[in-house]
Design a protein around this ligand. Structure first.
Ligand SMILES: [Cu+2]
Length: 120
C-alpha cells in the first residue's frame, strides 16, 4: 500500500513540475506504463520525455525489489526520436521493478525521477 501511495505522489509531483517547468525534460509517458502491470517480461523499457535528451549525460536503469540492477546496461536514445530513451531487459521473473532516470535535456537542464511497474 505504501508503495502505491508513493508512486501516486511521484506522478502528481512530476505532473506539477511539468506544468511549471515546461522547458526541462520530464517523463511524458512510458512503456510499460508508470505504475502499470504487465503479463510478461517486456523486452525493453521505453520512456518518452517532454524534450530531447543529451545521451552522454542521461541514465536509465531498472532495479528489482532488492535494488539490484537488472537491465542490460545499454540505455540509448531512439535513432529517430531523441526524446525516447530505451534500455533492454533480460527475461525477468514476476515482481515489482523500479525504473530510475536521470535526464539531461538538450538545454543542459538536469531532471530525475523514478517509477515502478509490475510483472505478474
Ligand atoms: Cu530546461
Amino acid at each position: 500500500m505504501k508503495k502505491i501511495i508513493l508512486t501516486s505522489l511521484t506522478v502528481s509531483l512530476m505532473l506539477a513540475l511539468q506544468s511549471s517547468a515546461w522547458a526541462h525534460a520530464f517523463l511524458d509517458h512510458a512503456e510499460p506504463k508508470v505504475g502499470g502491470t504487465v503479463g510478461h517480461s517486456p523486452a525493453e523499457i521505453k520512456v518518452w520525455f517532454t524534450q530531447n535528451l543529451e545521451p552522454a549525460f542521461s541514465k536509465l536503469e531498472v532495479q528489482d525489489a532488492q535494488g539490484k540492477e537488472v537491465d542490460k546496461k545499454n540505455a540509448r536514445l531512439d535513432g529517430k526520436d531523441k526524446s525516447l530513451f530505451l534500455v533492454s531487459l533480460p527475461e525477468l521473473p514476476a515482481g515489482t521493478y523500479t525504473v530510475i532516470w536521470h535526464a539531461v535535456s538538450v538545454d543542459t537542464h538536469k531532471t530525475q525521477g523514478h517509477f515502478q511497474f509490475t510483472i505478474k
